[in-house]
Design a protein. Structure first.
Length: 114
């Protein structure tokens, strides 16, 4: 089982990034997926979630209207489109299947700074 996050980087406030999470080793299309983030010195927090077929999504209040979670079950990949980024979005971003509680991947660093 493997989760590989990518797409992070350094971006100015107001900019955009698209994160990807490639999953393998389990039946991806059967499970809801979530994106989490962990800022330096803080607890990991849930950012967004999507159901197995992609029909329903949820977001933490601070990212609503700015972030969009989506998935492509044919590619075993979940995405996080992040727009209007703010410095407080700076964190390492991870994906996981909450029901399965898989080992965490390496994450992808997102830094929002001018």
């Amino acid at each position: 089982v493997q989760l590989v996050e990518s797409g992070g980087g350094l971006v100015q406030p107001g900019g955009s990034l698209r994160l990807s999470c490639a999953a393998s080793g389990f039946t991806f299309s059967s499970y809801g997926m979530s994106w989490y983030r962990q800022a330096l010195g803080k607890e990991r927090e849930l950012v967004a979630a999507i159901t197995s077929a992609g029909g329903s999504t949820n977001y933490r209040d601070s990212v609503k209207g700015r972030f969009t979670i989506s998935r492509d079950n044919a590619k075993n990949t979940v995405y996080l489109q992040m727009n209007s980024l703010k410095p407080e979005d700076t964190a390492v971003y991870y994906c996981n299947a909450p029901v399965l509680g898989l080992n965490w991947g390496q994450g992808t660093q997102v830094t929002v700074s001018s």
